[in-house]
Design a protein around this ligand. Structure first.
Ligand SMILES: Nc1nc2c(c(=O)[nH]1)N[C@H]1C(S)=C(S)[C@@H](COP(=O)(O)OP(=O)(O)OC[C@H]3O[C@@H](n4cnc5c(=O)[nH]c(N)nc54)[C@H](O)[C@@H]3O)O[C@H]1N2
Ligand SMILES: Nc1nc2c(c(=O)[nH]1)N[C@H]1C(S)=C(S)[C@@H](COP(=O)(O)OP(=O)(O)OC[C@H]3O[C@@H](n4cnc5c(=O)[nH]c(N)nc54)[C@H](O)[C@@H]3O)O[C@H]1N2
Ligand code: SF4
Ligand SMILES: [Mo]
Length: 729
């Protein structure tokens, strides 16, 4: 037996932790944190350590699957599958035009294998279909809409590492490693920040692992974030805690905002959000009095009521207090494997939110956050010109992630062709005509360029430090498998159809917002390897990929880049008083923003991430699921007593639109009256038990209450009730 230990990168979530992989005869058998890697202190989480279990799972798909007419699946060789899929594409293109062909590119592909997504996008440009959807519009679309309405900052937000105050609204970075604190070992980063005197404010109805470390935790009613942020702005303005000079130089709309937040007095806001007024004042003063800092929002406010407004007001708070990187600062969020750029301490002007490209349903358009995914099922179901007939689902799991599971299933069943690229027979793959399994992350090369690019998706996302790493493939695909990475699949499909694919690359002078692109025609006579595509994507990088490869454990580069001053020719100003946002603020000033408990719906649903699962990935792994594959739902012990529930009871959770099954766990970190449910569960085939198929929280969600821009439905602060499960839900 040949055994060796080799450094690599975990690509299970966007923390991209450096790891050491023990490889035995080409198979990964153990994953541990890499103590030699800089900036992570050897950190890993249980998901990363379970990579060998994922790679060696006996349920992993090893060959392309084709659905038979009786619903069962059979293996087919790649040539046969590609010929059949391309013939269908040709037929639909000729008959219905490009709009009938759509793609949903999910989190699995975007995180684990980003270059493949680029080839898929090139394919869609080549067939001239703009029907390209992603989870962004069912995740934090308000990150994009708020920036479009408020404007952005060329040099980005001040960094966590240099701040002495920080405001986190509805994020739990200790678990999610996504937003709100640095993703490299967030627990240690928070401890270090506290030791240097940072005072953090957390707004969350649950005393989360992050909130426990806060200087002030506002354990508010869910859905009142916009009112709370308006209240904090009210106090900061009233007490003169804002940066007058910064506002004068870089922003307009101060007086408009001041009038709009006038009704949000501390007393009124404390009453409606049900927090102590002294705590609210302290939160405002903590943020306002700090020297440097940042305010960020995440999925809590995004899934809840008035999400665009909450995110917009957080940006206003950053502008009021001048929390953007200043002239002379060491450049935050610098590019290493992305092209060099010279950050400037100046704004980008606001830009239009919606485009003219209309969906046929729900009055939605393509917008600043992309195509509205929540509307795609209705778009597939609605007969008529422009109807979607073919869907490629690339590393996503709509049955467990789109709202309204029954509608999603009906839509997927109606498609003439559904191709799912996934390594497992997911809840969605069951509806596919073809399932194409890719090699998994440790079997392909990867680089940290993907996590650098996160800054284009939100003002405080991605790494603020100049860290980069490259990994070759460190394990072999299972013996006897015929796998096809996502990029190869779309490239070969293009070859079958005689299409020319053009690769889009970021070119020089990319900044925090703009990433101008160059289009490179791919040589269609030869299928590029994943390595070729990584080389191509890094061809304009600030530090050459060849240099990054010299540090197999990763490296933090001393780039010596400083933020430059405002260009005298720059006329852009940040917008504090956007009229649409001000109108929405007026509306919530006179009425409650969040639902109030009723006899029919006495409780409210809260969203939640779990440390052991990445969305719908990991639920079938014994070392992660602790032997139970039911959906965990957390409740305060006093609510459990009122319903005569004890830990481990199965319950039915009902909303106005559906019901689901979950297993109750006691959690006194919650506010009374809330039920916090982990999403991503409920894969029936995987667990081979019909009751487990009722486990998806998407069964409680529909499109009745949705955001007018992105279409994201209400997925938190949702009225529900809970009943003991008697056996038949
Ligand atoms: N371990 C793990 N990590 C993950 C994922 C995973 O599944 N597992 N998923 C990844 C993905 S796709 C994403 S988008 C990110 C998400 O990352 P986060 O946005 O940090 O997600 P959560 O950890 O669920 O934190 C959301 C918090 O919002 C609170 N909340 C709920 N409703 C409200 C409200 O109305 N107002 C306020 N203020 N708070 C509210 C919840 O109590 C919860 O603590 O995590 C990523 N990382
Ligand atoms: N009710 C409710 N709905 C939600 C959420 C919620 O909290 N509550 N969260 C929302 C959020 S924030 C998000 S991001 C979305 C997530 O929505 P999706 O992205 O649709 O869901 P995932 O569960 O992340 O799906 C990932 C899929 O990719 C596959 N996969 C993993 N690795 C690879 C790979 O290397 N290659 C390929 N081809 N496939 C791979 C996995 O097997 C899995 O089936 O859901 C959203 N929907
Ligand atoms: S936090 Fe866990 S899953 Fe995410 S990259 Fe690190 S080890 Fe992997
Ligand atoms: Mo997400």
């Amino acid at each position: 037996m040949v055994t060796h230990v080799t450094p690599s990168i975990c690509r299970n979530c966007l923390a991209y932790c450096p790891i050491l992989v023990t490889v035995e005869d080409g198979r990964a058998v153990k994953v541990a944190g890499d103590p030699e890697a800089p900036a992570f202190e050897g950190y890993t989480c249980p998901k990363g350590r379970a990579l060998p279990a994922q790679h060696n799972d006996s349920a992993r798909l090893l060959r392309i699957q084709r659905r038979r007419s009786d619903g069962s699946f059979e293996s087919v060789v790649a040539d046969e599958a590609l010929a059949a899929v391309s013939a269908k594409i040709r037929e639909v293109l000729d008959r219905d035009g490009p709009r009938a062909i759509a793609m949903y590119s999910g989190t699995g592909a975007g995180v684990s294998h980003p270059v493949g997504v680029n080839v898929a996008r090139a394919f869609f440009r080549a067939i001239k279909s703009r029907m390209v959807f992603s989870p962004i519009t069912i995740d934090k679309p308000a990150e994009y809409t708020s920036v479009a309405l408020h404007g952005n900052w060329h040099a980005g937000l001040q960094t966590f590492e240099t701040s002495d105050t920080w405001l986190v609204v509805g994020a739990n970075p200790v678990i999610a490693k996504s937003n709100g604190a640095p993703a490299n070992n967030p627990g240690v980063r928070l401890k270090q920040a506290q030791a240097r005197g940072m005072k953090m404010v957390v707004i969350d109805p649950r005393r989360t692992e992050t909130a426990k470390r806060a200087h002030v935790h506002l354990q508010c009613r869910p859905g009142e974030d916009a009112a709370l942020l308006a209240g904090i702005i009210h106090v900061i303005m009233a007490e003169g805690l804002y940066d007058e000079r910064f506002v004068q130089e870089h922003a307009v709309g101060f007086d408009v905002l001041k009038r709009a937040v006038a009704p949000f007095t501390p007393e009124e806001v404390a009453r409606r959000a049900d927090v102590p007024v002294m705590q609210l004042l302290e939160a405002a003063r903590t943020f306002g009095c700090g020297r440097r800092g940042g305010a960020i929002c995440s999925t809590g406010p995004s899934f809840s009521t008035h999400s665009n407004l909450s995110f917009y007001l957080a940006l206003c708070l950053n502008t009021l207090c001048g929390r953007w990187a200043r002239e002379g600062d060491v450049a935050p969020f610098p590019n290493v494997l992305l092209p060099a750029f010279a950050p400037r301490a100046q704004p980008y002007a606001p830009y239009p939110v919606a485009s003219e490209r209309r969906m046929r349903v729900h009055g939605l358009t393509e917008n600043a956050c992309g195509m509205p995914t929540a509307a795609l099922a209705d778009e597939i179901l609605l007969d008529g010109e422009g109807q979607v007939k073919v869907l490629f689902c690339l590393g996503g799991n709509p049955v467990l992630s789109w709202p309204d599971q029954a509608k999603t299933e009906a839509a997927l069943s109606k498609l003439e062709l559904l191709v799912v690229l996934d390594y497992q027979m997911s809840a969605t793959a069951q509806f596919a005509h073809y399932v194409v399994p890719p090699p998994l992350s440790l079997e392909v090369p990867g680089s940290t360029q993907r996590v650098e690019a996160l800054k284009y998706h939100g003002v405080s996302r991605g790494y603020s430090i100049p860290w980069a790493q490259y990994t070759p493939a460190v394990a072999q695909p299972p013996a006897g498998s015929e796998l096809m990475d996502d990029g190869t699949f779309f490239f070969r499909l293009a070859q079958e159809l005689g299409l020319q694919l053009d690769w889009m690359n970021v070119r020089g002078q990319a900044s925090s917002l703009e990433n101008p692109t160059e289009s490179i025609p791919l040589d269609m006579s030869r299928v590029p390897s994943v390595e070729d595509l990584i080389e191509l994507s890094c061809r304009n990088s600030r530090i050459p990929l060849s240099e990054v490869k010299r540090h197999p454990h990763g490296h933090v580069y001393e780039l010596g880049v400083q933020v430059e001053g405002r260009d005298p020719a720059c006329e852009a100003m940040l917008q504090l008083g956007d009229p649409t946002m001000m109108r929405e603020l007026q509306e919530i000033a006179v009425g409650p923003a969040a639902p109030t408990p009723s006899e029919e719906w006495p409780l409210q649903l809260l969203c939640r991430r779990a440390n052991n699962f990445m969305n719908s990935v990991g639920q079938g792994v014994p070392s992660l699921n602790g032997g139970d594959t039911h959906t965990p739902a957390f409740m305060h012990p006093s609510d459990m007593r009122a319903l005569e529930l004890t830990e481990g009871h199965l319950v039915v959770i009902r909303s106005a639109s559906g019901h689901m099954l979950a297993r109750i766990q006691a959690d006194d970190s919650l506010r009374v009256g809330l039920v916090s449910v982990v999403h991503g569960f409920g894969s029936p085939v995987r667990f081979d038990a019909s009751e487990l198929s009722l486990g998806s929280v998407t069964r409680l969600i529909d499109m009745t209450e949705r955001d007018p821009i992105s279409g994201i439905p209400r997925m938190s602060a949702l009225p529900i009730r809970v009943e003991r499960y008697g056996g038949a839900a």
